[in-house]
Write a protein that binds this ligand. Sequence first.
Ligand code: ZN
Ligand code: ZN
Length: 136
Amino acid sequence: MDVKNCRRCRRLFNYISGQPICPQCREELEKKFQEVKKYLFDNRGATIPDVIENCDVEESQVRQWVREERLEFSSGIDIGITCENCGAPITTGRFCEKCKASMINDLNSAGRRPEVEAPKPQAKQPAGNKMRFLNQ
Ligand SMILES: [Zn+2]
Ligand SMILES: [Zn+2]
C-alpha cells in the first residue's frame, strides 16, 4: 500500500486508488458534490463561475465532476468545456453527442453486432467476408 499526501489537506494517508485524497476529504468532497448538484438543480442556467462563487468549490473540481459525467449543466450554456475529439462545446462528459455516436458505431463495426439497427454497407468484399467468417 502507498502512503501519500492528501492533495487537499496534505495529511498522510494510505492511498488505494482514484484521486490522491484522504478518506476525510473524500467525504467532504462528496458532500460538496451533493451541494453543487442541488445548486445546479435549483438554478438551471447556472455557469461554472456561479457554482464556484455560491458553493465555494474549486473550478478544477467542478470540471472534473463534469468530465466524470457526474454533473451536467443546462444545454446551450457555454461552460468552457469542449469535446476532446472535435472541440465542440459540451455540458457534461468528455465528448459531444455526435462524436459519442460515431464512437459507438466504430466499436460496433470492429467486430460486434450493432445493437441498434444501422444501415449496413452492401459492397461485396470477398476477402473481408472470409476474414469475418474465420473470426466467428
Ligand atoms: Zn485530506
Ligand atoms: Zn465532438
